[in-house]
Write a protein that binds this ligand. Structure first.
Ligand code: GLN
Ligand code: ZN
Length: 749
């Protein structure tokens, strides 16, 4: 039996990668220093894993920016607009990922999109008819050498050709490109052979999807065509079960398969019966994406018969790469000890594997019984059973708003908004000064009153600015929020936050997901004091700003003893309490952000309808108590809507603001076929760039929008929140946006 991992967090235990990258990009450290840091992180990662008992260490799981981008670079596939770029490989890598200049210019960054149903973003490869493959895996070979020099037994990791192709952008039939792509993979295989690589982990996570016959055929052809030499292929997939593709997989020339046994129920017996008798079966039994300690004694009893049957062919691993998990729970010194005793981060998960192995080899379960005691305690603890809440949830009478949109729209005339109303998405620039204030308050260097006064000043400035600009629906600017989920987590019972539980979101950006460990209730109003203060400063409506239940769920580590659907309902009830309080304090417009609805979709399409049903229901529950005259907005920041259009419509928000400017309003094409029935604000400029859009550009986009959305239902707003922008460019952009709206209004009347 061998213990291995599919990958380890790249950011480093103290986010060393983040800081080194940002220092390098700002010119504060040299390339040499950056590379030294990345080598240190790899060395550290291997050491942590090895000390915890992992025997076969991943190499090539590290990335300076992203592993899909790494694959593109191995193959020499770079967007054409960078082909003249003479900078060295590392700088080119960062330019593809981050753009060299404001987007819109010829050297815009490549698109980034979510990695399956995680909050990790990968850089989307841009493919064209002729791929011009130029293989260069020098960085991978060097890392293989690095690991060897340190005396490690290692297993290189490579994203497989079919998943790479599937995740790429190409206008046309992607499978046409497979042959070219395979010539690249063939060269990679040859170079790995020359480097005397044994096991190669080849990731094909798209096997979790319900692939159509063309793609299944492509798997057969591709793996049949690749000459492996002396490589031993371990095919891995994760985030879903692959029971449905076992026959296909069994027909491929492989040496082993890894199964994610956590994401969905997986039929291990079926795998043993279907896969060839000589293959390694790697069982991903430790949850690689969540932070709960495993119930090792339960696992032991499940695995014991399997282990006996496989007769030496068993490997054990976390279910997926540990990339989606923080590094080490040990330094968490502010967590309630009981909660801490329930948690295992990446390092602890490796240790769990070795405990499990010891027990399986020796038959002695004393140690794992001891280890599992807190897990059992968690599952039966009082936090987990809040009967009053459970009862409340089963007895909810009002699951959605009482009146239909048409009636609400009439009632909302009292808001007296002009045609093409202008608004923003919520946050205004978060300056260093604002961040310092929050940090000082957290460290108790500021009293509650001092902090409140300082934040009120920020809100006051923000309202004054919006009035000067002439926006119609104002926001308070969100200066008090470090993060749109963590802020709310702090007010919710049953949820806690960690100090160091960082997870990479993309490049140098990390997030610190809250931990949902028990039943969720709101312990006090969360936003009303800031909002009622803001509203007291102006006659214009100030939009209350909340994060929706699905987004809070998706961006947290969620308890595993209750369905996600049930947890979402609990959060929805807490949000609904806040909606009521906001309305009581005089707020007439409330936005409930749901940017994560799309990424929460299960890997298998057949499971989408069920997910979307409960996701939509939880949103509707959150706003059910808003009377018709109160206007509910929602916001989402992506534009791939087509496949979930019905669900978006079913949310039944009065106003939906969405990202579209980068895609030049292509989103609206979807509405040509099926009209969006309520008000909609397709973003008119890209807030990810410091560019100030001019008036003509904005009116141009709005006119396009008017082709599909009637003027009575069209809103004017940016793509997303403004927190990452500076004040100057924000003001200039909003001034132009308001002018554009006014010009069009004049033309319309
Ligand atoms: N209201 C949030 C903001 O403006 C929305 C952020 C988001 O869409 N991710 O920052
Ligand atoms: Zn957004």
């Amino acid at each position: 039996m061998k213990l291995h991992t599919l990958g380890f967090p790249r950011i480093g235990a103290d986010r060393e990668l983040k800081f080194a990258l940002e220092d390098y990009w700002q010119g504060r450290i040299s390339k040499q220093e950056l590379l030294q840091t990345t080598a240190d992180i790899r060395r550290q990662n291997w050491a942590i894993q090895q000390q915890a008992g992992i025997e076969l260490l991943p190499v090539g799981d590290f990335a300076n920016y992203d592993h899909v981008l790494n694959t593109s670079l191995y193959l020499g596939i770079i967007p054409r607009r960078f082909s003249q770029d003479s900078s060295d490989k590392l700088d080119l890598e960062f330019r593809i990922a981050r753009g060299r200049a404001p987007s819109g210019c010829a050297c815009a960054a490549s698109d980034m999109t979510k990695w399956f149903n995680t909050n990790y973003h990968y850089i989307v490869p841009e493919l064209r008819e002729s791929l011009d493959i130029k293989v260069d895996i020098q960085p991978l070979l060097e890392q293989i050498e690095e690991a060897r020099r340190l005396g490690h037994e290692s297993k290189p990791v490579l994203l497989g050709p079919l998943s790479y192709l599937y995740l790429s952008a190409f206008e046309g039939d992607k499978l046409q490109l497979l042959e070219q792509l395979l010539s690249g993979y063939q060269q990679i295989f040859e170079q790995l052979n020359s480097a005397r690589v044994g096991w190669l982990q080849i990731d094909e996570p798209i096997l979790g999807l319900e692939l159509d016959t063309d793609w299944q055929e492509a798997f057969r052809n591709a793996y049949g065509a690749l000459r492996q030499g002396s490589l031993k292929l371990l095919l891995t997939s994760y985030f879903a079960s692959i029971d449905h593709h076992l026959d296909l997989i069994a027909s491929l020339p492989l040496h082993g398969v890894h199964l994610d046994c956590v994401a969905e129920p997986t039929d291990i017996q079926l795998a043993i019966d279907t896969l060839p008798r000589h293959w390694i079966v790697s069982l991903g039994v430790i949850d690689g994406r969540n932070i709960w300690k495993s119930d090792l004694s339960a696992l032991y009893h499940k695995l014991e018969p399997v282990y006996a049957q496989l007769n030496g062919r068993t490997w054990l691993a976390p279910s997926c790469s540990l990339l989606h998990c923080p590094v080490d729970v040990e330094p968490e010194n502010k967590l309630e000890p009981k909660i801490k005793s329930w948690l295992a981060f990446a390092r602890q998960k490796c240790h769990e594997l070795s405990l499990l192995k010891q027990a399986l080899l020796s038959g002695d379960t004393t140690e794992i019984e001891q280890y599992s005691a807190p897990v059992k305690a968690r599952l039966t603890s009082s936090e987990a059973v809040n009967n009053a809440l459970r009862e409340k949830l089963t007895n909810i009478k009002q699951l959605q708003r009482a009146e239909p949109y048409a009636v609400r729209k009439q009632k909302q005339q009292v808001l007296a908004l002009p045609q093409l109303p202008t608004t923003t998405i919520g946050s205004f620039p978060q300056t260093t000064a604002i961040r310092r204030l929050r940090a000082a308050y957290k460290r108790r260097e500021l009293s509650a009153e001092e902090y409140t006064r300082a934040m009120q000043q920020q809100i006051k400035d923000c309202i004054a600015l919006q009035e000067t600009i002439g926006l119609d629906v104002l926001v308070h600017g969100e200066p008090e929020r470090n993060d749109m989920v963590e802020y709310f987590a702090d007010f919710l019972d049953g949820v806690t936050t960690t100090r160091f539980g960082w997870v990479q979101s993309y490049g140098s950006r990390c997030v610190k997901p809250p931990v949902i460990y028990g039943d969720i209730t709101r312990n006090q109003p969360m936003t009303t004091n800031w909002l009622s203060y803001a509203q007291s400063l102006t006659d214009k409506p100030v939009k209350g700003m909340l994060t929706g239940p699905v987004t809070i769920l998706c961006w947290s580590f969620v308890r595993d003893d209750l369905s996600r659907e049930q947890v979402a309902r609990q959060i929805a009830l807490a949000v609904s309490d806040e909606v009521e309080d906001l309305i009581d304090s005089g707020i007439t417009i409330i936005q409930i952000d749901e940017p994560a609805i799309r990424e929460g979709m299960p890997v298998k399409q057949s499971q989408w309808p069920h997910y979307l049903d409960w996701a939509v229901a939880s949103f509707r529950l959150a706003c059910a108590k808003a009377p018709g005259g109160v206007q509910i907005h929602s916001h989402m920041c992506y534009s791939e809507f087509n496949d979930i259009l019905d669900a978006i419509i079913a949310l039944d928000a009065d106003v939906l603001t969405v990202e579209t400017s980068r895609s030049n309003m292509v989103l609206l094409d979807a509405f040509k076929h099926k009209a969006y029935p309520n008000d909609i604000g397709p973003g008119v400029y890209d807030i990810h760039s410091p560019n100030v859009p001019d008036i003509a550009w904005i009116t141009g986009l709005l006119k396009k929008a008017l082709d599909v959305v009637p003027a009575e239902r069209l809103w004017v707003n940016p793509d997303c929140g403004l927190k990452t922008r500076g004040w100057q460019e924000t003001q200039a952009a909003l001034v132009n946006m308001v002018s554009a709206a006014k010009q069009l209004r004049a033309q319309l009347t």
